[in-house]
Design a protein around this ligand. Structure first.
Ligand SMILES: [Zn+2]
Length: 111
């Protein structure tokens, strides 16, 4: 089987943990909602559809990292997420892992 061409869009699988950490980070900073998070991730070059992001947010909530509530804005209702204390702990642990990984990845910049 020929390896598929890898680009920033189709190696989403590799980025899935990074995306979760990114979501968790913003949810620790303040309330987040789906569309806003899609835009924020797009700013960083991650193109996620609502069909990908919403299950991700839901999954993080089911695991206890996020808590959501419905907030009315004008005539629409939007689901807003915040990190729980478990989410904050998970982010602190992830930060250590990311630091370690970044250190190793960038150890030899010539590669
Ligand atoms: Zn961000």
């Amino acid at each position: 089987m020929r390896p598929a061409e890898v680009n920033a869009v189709n190696c989403q699988e590799i980025y899935s943990g990074l995306i979760r950490i990114h979501i968790l980070y913003h949810a620790c900073q303040g309330p987040i909602f789906g569309l806003g998070m899609i835009e924020e991730l797009a700013r960083h070059g991650y193109r996620l559809s609502a069909g990908t992001l919403y299950p991700l947010l839901h999954g993080l909530e089911m695991k206890g990292y996020l808590r959501s509530r419905e907030v009315r804005s004008g005539r629409s209702i939007r689901r807003v997420y915040r990190a729980t204390s478990t989410g904050r702990k998970a982010l602190a642990l992830a930060r250590v892992k990311v630091k370690e990984l970044v250190g190793e990845l960038l150890e030899d910049d010539s590669k």
